[in-house]
Write a new protein. Structure first.
Length: 195
């Protein structure tokens, strides 16, 4: 089992990527994930490779100390205004649904490459806007450009994944991104973080 990333694509397609699309990673991280995909699929004919996108969950990211949602809530409490990029499009996906759908997938023995993200697409700004509306946050929220936050790492501006192979197999259990976000925000574990 190898979990990979939407970052294996360069974003030029501007339509949801399927498992049949050719990867073209833009950075070292994405290259290493793609190498891991090739290794896993060639090492054993009983391998699963699952590409995921914009993950968030109850356990914070070790490198970042949180997730996008907890970061937005923290910024809303601490800053006079919050600016979020509106030109990076993806599909944020909770780790809960990835784990749940992975459990279903591995019971099939249908080995291979899968995309596993929530349904739909959204910019980080639009995603933040739903967080603001759902939680009633009062801090002003503004759209910004990726160019306003210079990064050393190149990222695709569009990296939406289509769960084509899960659909073909009839085991796509991934919800729409907004429904998943609202369930996450109102889950018992997250209410503590929000308050």
């Amino acid at each position: 089992m190898h979990y990979s990333t939407d970052y294996v694509f360069d974003g030029q397609k501007q339509r949801p990527y399927t498992e049949d699309d050719r990867p073209n990673p833009l950075n070292v991280y994405a290259n290493t994930k793609l190498s891991g995909e090739y290794f896993a699929l060639n090492y054993s004919d009983k391998s699963y490779v699952i590409r995921i996108s914009g993950i968030y969950g109850k356990v914070p990211c070790r490198a970042k100390g949180g997730n996008f949602i907890t970061t937005m809530i923290k910024l809303a409490k601490e800053k006079p205004e919050v600016r979020v990029v509106n030109d990076e499009i993806l599909t944020p996906t909770p780790t809960y649904y990835i784990a749940k759908n992975t459990e279903t997938l591995i019971k099939t023995d249908a080995f291979g490459l899968y995309h596993m993200s929530c349904e739909g697409e959204v910019s980080w700004y639009e995603f933040a806007k739903v967080i603001w509306e759902t939680l009633g946050l009062q801090t002003p929220l503004y759209a910004a450009s990726v160019k306003d936050f210079p990064l050393v790492v190149k990222r695709p501006f569009y990296s939406v994944l289509e769960n084509q192979n899960l659909n073909k197999l009839g085991v796509n259990e991934m919800p729409e991104w907004k429904e998943a976000l609202k369930k996450f925000l109102f889950s018992e574990g997250e209410i503590r973080i929000i308050q």
